[in-house]
Design a protein around this ligand. Structure first.
Ligand code: NAP
Length: 276
């Protein structure tokens, strides 16, 4: 029987996941489809039951259901347990539905090889930052600082991680030359959003890596600013693609090609951005 996969969310029409997964299924000659499904806010349980009933082999979960879906699953993997958010559901051989979170690991993979002793600064303490922070910790990166506009939220995340340091945005700006990797995870810089920078970058360390998880626009004001200091920049498209590639590999047992699809999605987003 032909397999099928899905992504559920609200809104969902903007999602790049169907293009990405359909391309990979075709490239790897897997007889399956991947469809976007718009789910009404108050109909998550019915939607999950329908996916199970109709034989969906696995699905992605996006805003606003990443946390709310957990009670409707049979089990939750370690990757999702700590953060309490699921972005991938896998149907096991004995027909159980298990929730995973590939967002944080996907982000780390998008950085390429990095050293365990690197000092890492996360700017922001929202849902995406939590996923990334937990993934860094699980991978053994414990030199983490979390800076947030609302300091209490950064402190809460540090408590939860049992490692790292919470900072105000001002403190992070003042001690910026301590960090090898700086990750912008706030919603600042998104298209049609506030274009201001969460922190100034004038104390940036030589050879630092500056990443922004926002991918629309491909070059955010934060990355634009970082480029002035001639450091390596990483945009958010890699995170999107690598979290998708991990989900794909859990479902299909094979890791798809990430580089080619990144170029394809860049064209779809109308840019010609190249990470350096
Ligand atoms: P969220 O849970 O709502 O968190 C938002 C964060 O942004 C909080 O830390 C918030 O600080 C901060 N913030 C908002 N406005 C700010 C401002 N004016 N000045 C300073 N800080 C501000 O959102 P999220 O789910 O973490 O998502 C954050 C961004 O990541 C979104 O743009 C999303 O599109 C992007 N994202 C990308 C990917 C990918 O695959 N590339 C995946 C997930 C998310 P306070 O705590 O002080 O409010």
């Amino acid at each position: 029987m032909k397999k099928w996969f899905a992504v559920i969310g609200n809104p969902i029409s903007h999602s790049l996941s169907p293009t990405m997964h359909e391309t990979w299924l075709k490239q790897l000659d897997i007889n399956a489809s991947y469809i976007p499904i718009h789910v009404e806010q108050n109909q998550l349980e019915q939607a999950v039951e329908s996916l199970k009933l109709l034989g969906c082999s696995g699905w992605n979960v996006t805003i606003p259901f990443k946390e709310a879906i957990i009670p409707f699953l049979d089990d939750v993997d370690e990757s999702a347990k700590g953060i309490g958010a699921v972005n991938t559901v896998v149907k096991t051989r004995n027909n159980k539905y298990v929730g995973y979170n590939t967002d944080g690991l996907g982000f780390i993979e998008s950085l390429g090889p990095i050293l365990p002793e690197y000092n890492i600064l996360l700017i922001g303490a929202g849902g995406a930052a939590r996923g990334i922070a937990h993934a860094f910790k699980r991978k053994g990166y414990t030199q983490l600082a979390i800076a947030n506009r609302t300091l209490e939220k950064a402190m809460g995340l540090v408590d939860e991680l049992k490692t790292g340091q919470a900072l105000t945005l001002e403190e992070a700006e003042n001690m910026l030359n301590k960090f090898d990797i700086i990750v912008q995870t706030t919603s600042l810089g998104m298209k049609n959003n506030d274009a201001s920078l969460p922190i100034q970058l004038n104390r940036l360390k030589e050879n630092a890596i500056v990443a922004d998880i926002v991918y629309n626009p491909l070059v955010t004001p934060f990355l634009e600013e970082a480029k002035k200091y001639n450091v390596r920049t990483v945009n958010g498209l890699g995170m999107l693609v690598h979290q998708g590639a991990l989900a794909f590999s859990y479902w299909n047992g094979v890791k798809p090609d990430s580089e080619e699809i990144i170029q394809q999605l860049i064209e779809q987003l109308g840019g010609n951005y190249v990470n350096r």
